[in-house]
Design a protein around this ligand. Structure first.
Ligand code: PMP
Length: 353
């Protein structure tokens, strides 16, 4: 740290992204990316837009927002797009939480929430999950704080029902409830349908997982017009060109090819069920996942040891050091050949152990 770093930020612990080692070619099952390439129209749109990079991007991102409005059946003014959904989460924390409206989220969830809270000087409370890693919705009913819930949750993959989400939203009318649906397309129920009914609901989604665009950085939020206007106040006060030209075009093209992506999601769900079954046969305990990853542990091998041994064999999965989950690993669901290779290698590791 330099001696110039401000005191208020000097204790900030930044988010640790999943590793991207360059020493060899790995089967990457550690950052929940899609194994499928974007559709051809997306690559074509990016190429064509790259010829116009001398021009600024559209600060209103009308093209991709219009397509989002069409696909999700909402008015375009209820949609904002950002540089990945991380950015809109940060904007939402800045806009809707402070000392008077502190944040609450589960103690096991997406690791960026406490970081954005600290970055913005917002107090936060982490509410413990139940022993089975589910969220107890009673903890959030009428809590009178700014609520953030990943649905499905990460890294557990466990989802709440739409009914439970509605109870939380309805019982906190004086605070914004942010539902982070990064993984919703793999089997959970989206809360977008509730946006018309509740002015305090903000639904956040991303193109990084189900739409094969993690490298393009495109996220979005859907909420009532006044919430979106507030987020735009933050956006225009930080970076009005937050979504670049190529990403705007890529997102627009992806939404026109929505069926391709939704079919890919069905394949991932099938591969997930296959993987769960195989892991269970090997003696793993696997949490019930509605996401493109599973969270699993095996009594026959230490969690970190499994992660390290798989890495030695060219397969990356995600291990977290936190005590309560260090026996588990989060494994992204990829193509079936990748999952077969994972199961083959785990079988060998367990035999040799
Ligand atoms: N929310 C959750 C729960 C996530 O796991 C991630 C991915 N790391 C994000 C949001 C952010 O994804 P992105 O910025 O790529 O849209």
């Amino acid at each position: 740290m330099s001696r110039y770093f401000t005191e208020k930020l000097s204790s900030l612990t930044p988010y640790t992204p999943g590793e991207q080692p360059k020493d060899m070619q790995y089967i990457k099952l550690n950052t929940n990316e899609s194994p499928f390439a974007p559709s051809k129209s997306v690559s074509d749109a990016v190429l064509s837009e790259s010829q116009k990079l001398q021009l600024y991007s559209d600060p209103e991102c009308v093209n991709v927002r219009r397509e989002l409005a069409r696909v999700y059946g909402v008015d375009i003014n209820k949609v904002i797009v950002t540089n990945g959904s991380d950015e809109v989460l940060n904007f939402a924390f800045m806009a809707f939480a402070d000392q008077k409206n502190p944040l609450v989220f589960p103690n096991i969830t997406y690791g960026f929430y406490p970081v954005f809270a600290q970055l913005n000087g917002i107090p936060y409370t982490e509410i413990p999950l139940k022993d089975d890693f589910t969220i107890d919705i009673n903890d959030y009913i009428g809590i009178n704080k700014t609520v953030v819930i990943a649905n499905p949750n990460a890294p557990t993959g466990i989802a709440l029902t739409l009914g439970d989400i509605e109870k939380i939203v309805a019982s906190n009318p004086n605070n914004v409830v942010i539902i982070d649906e990064a993984y919703v397309d793999f089997g959970a129920q989206s809360a977008v349908s509730l946006v018309e009914k509740y002015e305090n609901l903000l639904v956040v989604q991303t193109f990084s997982k189900s739409r094969s665009m993690a490298g393009a950085r495109l996220g979005f939020a859907i909420g009532c017009e006044s919430l979106i206007a507030d987020l735009n106040t933050i956006r225009y006060s930080t970076n009005p060109y937050n979504v670049n030209r190529m990403t705007d075009a890529a997102g627009t093209a992806a939404l026109k090819d929505n069926n391709y992506y939704m079919e890919n999601c069905k394949t991932i769900v099938k591969n997930r069920e296959w993987t769960v079954n195989e892991l269970q046969k090997l003696g793993f305990e696997v949490l019930p996942s509605k996401a493109n990853f599973v969270f699993a542990k095996c009594d026959k091998i230490d969690g970190e040891e499994l992660y390290l041994q798989l890495k030695n064999r060219g397969i990356l999965i995600r291990h977290f050091n936190k005590d309560s989950i260090c026996q588990y690993n989060r494994i992204t669901i990829g193509a079936i050949e990748q999952m077969q290779k994972l199961i083959d290698e785990i079988t060998l590791i367990l035999e040799e152990n």
